[in-house]
Design a protein around this ligand. Structure first.
Ligand code: FAD
Length: 422
């Protein structure tokens, strides 16, 4: 059985950061720890490569504002305040990766390529002699004398400390399918309700299919029994079955429990204009283009396919000539632009989700993210009950919690060595 000081289960953002931080901590103390990252995929970092549309939104300068986080925010705040976005940027700079800020405090690698982030991390792991043990799906963690065994069908690994960084359930095609929770259950860790977050919202396919591929700017709201729960501005996209876009991702968490209530999305497609201003606009257009069908009246205001669907929605059916529109029809068209509604049928599944909401409660770990259920096991990343908004907040949590767990695991071993004068 191969033996390590620290075995990190999961070669995603949090696990890689944990391994690197632990190696660095030992180096600063003039020691070398034997560290392995155990990854089920043939290579580490599969998810990292698809983050930020292949550009990797590493962090966000606003990540100290805990309003961007959900779940066990209070406990997570201590970790996020210790390991700030500036510290994460400095961590990467120290390993040779330069970053740049784009809009809204979002930080990306200077190259704007996610592969740069992964390549720099992998090279740094090699320089620090951290082993990447791939094709190693850990099935079980066992308590054995002097530490733990990470058991896999491809062999076992012994380690004095374990860092569980095996992720949540979002995007299982990248490797994170909820294994992490199963690994921790024998140690009596609990898991809160899990649900996909930052995900497209499913709606009536018949309504949305004609709009597939359309993108538009809107103020999007989520309504429960006609009461607005949250309104967010942004780009909305339509797919075969769902409404998508960053603002829709942010709204997706509000539909988790409908409690028997009717849930709808409302899009204000022209937030800068009042309904009265739009009525005036449509009246003028009808006077100008009276012989054209009514759905042409939205040209000059909306994307063409979108305008046709808005008109159909407003007039309940086939377009009539613009010249024959009544005042009530004009009013309906203005209202439809301001409140274009879709019934909500749920979210798209885990495969489409960017992040897991829910996880292991942080109260089951101490400040250093060591398990309170089993000393010597550390937890980090998406498996914990913390998730963030879109914009770099989730990776910030992965880096910050990974670095915290890695340093703590290394410190505990270095303290043991010091105690025995090693
Ligand atoms: C498409 C997409 C785009 C995203 N873009 C961004 C972005 O730009 N900015 C941002 O902040 N966040 C983004 N996120 C979210 C962010 O990527 C995650 O929150 C973050 O990567 C979580 O890191 P993690 O290390 O906790 O888990 P993961 O990255 O999921 O890593 C877990 C690793 O553990 C491995 N593993 C699982 N089970 C086992 C096992 N039994 N044995 C061994 N290995 C195992 C998995 O294969 C995986 O490599 C995005 C997510 C997706 C899906």
């Amino acid at each position: 059985m191969k033996q390590y000081d620290i075995a990190v289960i999961g070669g995603g953002a949090s696990g890689l950061a944990a391994a690197l931080a632990a190696a660095e901590r030992a180096r600063q103390a003039g020691k070398q720890l034997k560290i392995a990252v155990l990854e089920k995929n043939p290579r580490v970092g599969k998810k990292l490569l698809i983050t930020g549309n292949g550009r990797c939104n590493i962090t966000n300068l606003a990540a100290c504002d805990l309003a961007h986080y959900h779940g066990d925010v209070k406990q997570a705040g201590a970790v996020l305040k210790r390991c700030t976005p500036k510290k994460v940027i400095a961590f990467f700079r120290a390993h040779g990766l330069l970053c740049r800020e784009l809009e809204d405090g979002r930080i990306y690698p200077y190259s704007l390529q996610a592969s740069s982030v992964l390549n720099i991390i992998r090279c740094s792991l090699d320089s620090a002699c951290v082993e990447q043990v791939c094709n190693f799906p850990v099935k079980r963690i066992e308590n054995i004398p002097g530490g733990f065994a990470a058991v896999s069908e491809n062999g076992n690994v012994k380690a004095r400390r374990i860092i569980d960084a095996a992720g949540g359930k979002a995007c299982p095609q990248s490797g994170s399918n909820g294994d992490s929770f199963e690994l921790l259950r024998p140690f009596r860790h609990t898991v809160t309700e899990l649900y996909p977050a930052l995900v497209q919202i499913r709606t009536d396919a018949k309504r949305v299919r004609p709009l597939k591929g359309v993108r538009c700017m809107a103020d999007a709201s989520i309504l429960k029994d006609k009461k607005t729960l949250r309104r967010i501005k942004g780009e909305v996209q339509f797919t075969e079955r769902a409404v998508s876009g960053i603002c829709i991702f942010e709204l997706s968490r509000f539909i988790r429990k409908s409690g028997g209530k009717t849930v709808e999305i409302s899009l204000d497609l022209a937030p800068e204009y009042s309904a009265a201003a739009l009525e005036k606009f449509f009246r003028l257009q009808a006077a100008r283009f009276g012989e054209l069908p009514a759905d042409r009246l939205t040209e000059g205001l909306l994307n063409k396919s979108l305008g046709m669907e808005v008109t159909k929605y407003a007039l309940n059916g086939a377009p009539v000539p613009s010249g024959s529109l009544t005042e009530s029809d004009i009013h309906s068209m203005a209202c439809a632009v301001k409140d274009f509604r879709f019934p909500v049928q749920g979210t798209m599944p885990w495969q489409n989700a960017q992040v897991t909401a829910g996880g292991v409660p942080l109260k089951e770990t101490d400040d250093s993210l060591q398990s309170k259920c089993c000393k010597g096991i550390y937890l980090c990343g998406e498996l914990l009950n913390v998730d963030g908004d879109c914009g770099g907040f989730n990776l910030q949590w992965a880096w910050a919690s990974g670095i915290t767990a890695g340093i703590a695991a290394a410190d505990s071993l270095l303290d043991e060595w010091r105690a025995i004068g090693k």
